[in-house]
Design a binder for this molecule. Structure first.
Ligand code: G6P
Length: 474
């Protein structure tokens, strides 16, 4: 597909790079991955695509001050990036206050309903900041876009952008993509009516509103019917995002991952019969929706009810920090550690630590755990897709049984060969762990092959190009 200069733009809160200020005052740069990075690389340099993102922290803001916002291509692998220096207080209110504490909570149904939410004046102030933050994106996009350009706006942070941009630039083709679930009507109705309508009309400013699964697309359509009389002229689409198999397979076989496997094997140790201990692996951001605590309770119930597993299995839980500005995320992390320690002190012996919990982010170590996992536990209470469920079968060395929540988007594509659980059912999850741990080698390998095929059916490049193509059709 050929795209002329300035004809493709993407917008997301988090950009492809982030900066920190080093002791000597210079800027250190870190590059991220993800579907957008591979998608943009697939359209080639001719399109000269522009990625608009926000400065997230002090390092990013310093980079914006030094560059005026047009980042140095040497930092970004050649990608044109415009980073917006939103004032810190506006950014905090929009990102922590609205995006992560309200919209994320609504779509993942995370509220403790007897006491929250309570939308008062603080909420209204934060909402005004969310509008300001969305307007900054809309104006930057309007400024960068060539006549008739395609603009792909990402996620709940930027739900008002399509509507705002449409007013500024009626010539553009605008797509919005939600990487999260969408709330069911009854839950979406928690939002004040005017806010709910504004949010939906914001997304409906796009030519297309797209989602990861039919379930989330259907929920969005139902909310539109309920609150604003329907989806109007906006087309609703579904684009599942798959694992990036080529990247993963190459990355998972580098020397640093092999080193981590050796270390892990050493730490895991052997069962009384001399065979390597079995592993139940999970890798997540320490995210409220990931259901890490109930996963630990289920593992504990497995040990309570089936003593034959004592000394023979380890729950490897990598839970790296996320959204630590929010007290509820910090508390969640503390709770994860507390429950893990409780299990270790109840059941651990000199030679066996039943839970191996690690709270630092180490990508090579995560890949090492993927490769050697006997069982992968992916039990979110609600999840847009969940890429871990897709990545594990792709890199697994000898086959891995997947225990998968029916509330994860990945269930739509992977449910057939997974052991499916209701994420609230701790006893059911414990039973599923036992079934997974006792699955025969041949069946495990066969299922893993089919899971890997399902997981890679829609590589990130195709996910991205499909959206651009769909936008071309008026
Ligand atoms: C989800 C969202 C992304 C977000 C990511 C990490 O996957 O859909 O938009 O970037 O979580 O969250 P964070 O708050 O660290 O950006």
């Amino acid at each position: 597909m050929g795209f002329a200069q300035g004809h493709v733009l993407v917008a997301s809160n988090r950009g492809p790079v982030s900066y920190d200020v080093r002791e000597d005052g210079s800027l250190g740069v870190r590059r991220g991955g993800g579907g957008l990075v591979s998608g943009l690389s697939a359209i080639g340099p001719d399109a000269d695509a522009v990625w608009v993102c926000a400065a997230l922290g002090e390092g990013d803001r310093e980079a914006v001050r030094r560059t005026g916002g047009a980042l140095d291509p040497a930092d970004t692998g050649g990608q044109r990036v415009r980073m917006l220096g939103i004032p810190p207080d506006v950014y905090a209110a929009a990102y922590n206050g609205i995006a992560n504490s309200v919209l994320w909570f609504v779509h993942h149904m995370l509220y403790d309903i007897p006491v929250e939410p309570a939308f008062g004046t603080e909420f209204r102030e934060q909402w005004a900041a969310y509008e300001t933050y969305n307007r900054a994106f809309a104006e930057a996009l309007a400024d960068e876009a060539a006549e008739g350009a395609a603009v792909l706006v990402q996620d709940y942070h930027l739900a008002l952008v399509p509507g705002m941009l449409r007013e500024l630039r009626p010539d553009l083709r605008i797509g919005h993509f939600s990487h999260t679930p969408w709330a069911p009507v009854e839950y979406f109705r928690l939002l004040p009516d005017d806010i709910a309508a504004q949010l939906l009309r914001g997304i409906l400013g796009a030519d297309r509103a797209a989602f990861l699964t039919h379930r989330w697309a259907g929920a969005f359509t139902a909310c539109c019917k309920d609150a604003v009389g329907g989806t109007g002229t906006t087309r609703v689409g579904v684009h599942g995002l798959g694992a990036d198999a080529d990247f993963l397979r190459e990355r998972a076989h580098r020397a640093d991952v092999d080193d981590r496997i050796a270390t892990l094997r050493d730490q895991l140790g052997t069962a009384p019969d001399g065979t390597p201990r079995r592993t139940v692996v999970r890798v997540d951001r320490t995210e409220l929706s990931k259901n890490i605590v109930r996963g630990l309770h289920a593992y504990r119930e497995l040990l309570d009810t089936r003593p034959e597993w004592h000394g023979r299995v380890v729950h490897v839980a990598f839970a790296y920090p996320s959204r630590q500005d929010l007290a509820v995320y910090r508390d969640y992390m503390t709770e994860v550690s507390r429950v893990a320690e409780e299990i270790n002190s109840a059941y651990g012996t000199d030679g066996w630590t039943p839970v191996m919990l690690r709270l630092d982010d180490d990508f090579a170590r995560s890949l090492a755990a993927y490769r050697i996992a006997d069982v992968a536990l992916v039990n979110p209470v609600r999840d847009g897709m969940n890429l871990v469920a897709k990545e594990v079968p792709v890199v697994s060395d000898a086959g891995c049984a997947l225990v998968l929540s029916r509330e994860a988007g990945a269930y739509e594509e992977m449910g057939d060969d997974a052991i499916v659980v209701n994420p609230y059912d701790v006893s059911g999850t414990a039973a599923a762990l036992h079934t997974a741990l006792t699955m025969g080698d041949a069946e495990r390998a066969e299922r893993t092959k089919r899971l890997a095929a399902a997981a890679t059916a829609l590589p990130p490049t195709q996910w991205f190009l499909d959206q651009l193509r769909a936008l071309e059709k008026k």
